[in-house]
Write a protein that binds this ligand. Structure first.
Ligand code: PLP
Length: 335
């Protein structure tokens, strides 16, 4: 498993998670000592991080597990090729001193969701070179890895010892251009739904929500969905986001998404308050998907599924298989 921040990794450990756990996005002053005590594999992309982790190792009297990250072309986190020999050298010196053990060598792709993009082979070639240098110098990594979901699904030569699948674990395709989830044997696992809060009849020309950007074209019924941008519903999808109420046809958000709620024009249909409004789900019962919301909000499905805020209760299905049982709240909204 892997997380971006130490906070996430330590929360997983506190919830009973055991086993290898990589955590890669550290900033100065982060809780390296707690990471060492928790047995995390800690991503190191530069000298400052190696200095902080070795200081924490000396303070705790324990050996830190570190994974050196190479920037093979993404231009984000990771060590530049020019700085790699110095980082590898310093890490090996710290390993000789018993402060760290270099457990992994790794990198991340920029354009794996565009198969055939020239940066993919360029990054793979450079990764091989940076691995070869580190191994020649004496690093004996337990794991070498570079593949994200797109590479895991389309590029077998990038798999090395493990793949870091993110969006694929949600059952979502990394990009509609490379295929739908079903093309890869995936099925979206996350459903976002809410209990319809109110249904009412309104006259023609009635303004709806802040700014009155929508007016009812004729006498109609409006349904109120108790989810808004504070829950992670993109305000950018105002007037566009799809939703299915009470199993009926797709409707669109009418007017602006507000902080806690949005309104749907039901075209005169009556839906029982308390029935389900499904914003997105697997899509196999006719409901919209996260990809549909991504298109409505000019973004990617990654952003839709990861932005649902903490106040939306999580209801875990197949709880036996889940690491944490979570809640079983059937009311209000849920993901
Ligand atoms: C370092 C790293 N590895 C793996 C992933 C997973 O990528 P994907 O969700 O495309 O599989 C991410 C995503 O942000 C990442 O930053």
């Amino acid at each position: 498993r892997g997380t971006a921040t130490p906070h996430e990794a330590l929360a997983l450990r506190a919830a009973g998670d055991e086993g290898p756990l990589l955590c890669w996005l550290w900033t100065p002053g982060d809780p390296w000592a707690a990471g060492i005590e928790a047995g995390l594999d800690m991503g190191v992309s530069g000298q400052w991080a190696l200095e902080e982790v070795t200081a924490a190792a000396r303070a705790t009297g324990r050996t830190a597990r570190v994974q050196l990250k190479a920037d093979t072309g993404l231009g984000r986190n990771g060590c530049q090729p020019a700085d790699w020999p110095a980082l590898v050298g310093a890490a090996l010196a710290a390993q000789d001193a018993g402060e760290v053990r270099v457990t992994g060598l790794w990198s991340h792709f920029a354009c794996a969701d565009e198969p055939g993009h020239p940066s993919i082979t360029a990054q793979l070639d450079l990764f091989h070179e940076m691995l070869a240098h580190a191994e020649k110098e004496g690093v004996e990594p337990e794991v070498r890895h570079i593949a994200n979901s797109a590479a895991a699904l389309t590029l077998p030569e990038s798999h090395f010892d493990l793949v870091r699948a993110g969006i694929a674990t949600y059952g979502i395709s990394p990009s509609p251009e490379i295929g739908a989830p079903g093309d890869f044997g995936l099925r979206p696992v996350m459903t976002l739904s809410a209990s319809v809060a109110l249904v009412k009849q309104v006259p023609p020309g009635h303004g709806v929500s802040y700014g009155h950007t929508y007016r009812t074209p004729e006498e109609t019924t409006l349904g109120l969905v108790p989810l808004g941008y504070a829950d992670g519903i993109p305000r950018h999808a105002s007037g566009r986001g799809p939703v299915r109420l009470g199993g009926g046809p797709w409707r669109r958000v009418a007017g602006r998404v507000a902080m806690d709620q949005f309104v749907v024009d039901l075209g005169g249909d009556l839906v029982e308050p308390g029935s389900r409004a499904v914003l997105f789900g697997p899509g196999d019962e006719g409901e919209p998907t996260a990809q549909d919301w991504a298109e409505a909000a000019d973004t990617i499905a990654y952003e839709i599924v990861t932005r649902i805020s903490g106040r939306v209760p999580r209801v875990f299905l197949n709880e036996d298989a889940a690491a944490d049982g979570g809640g079983s709240d059937e009311g209000g909204a849920g993901a």
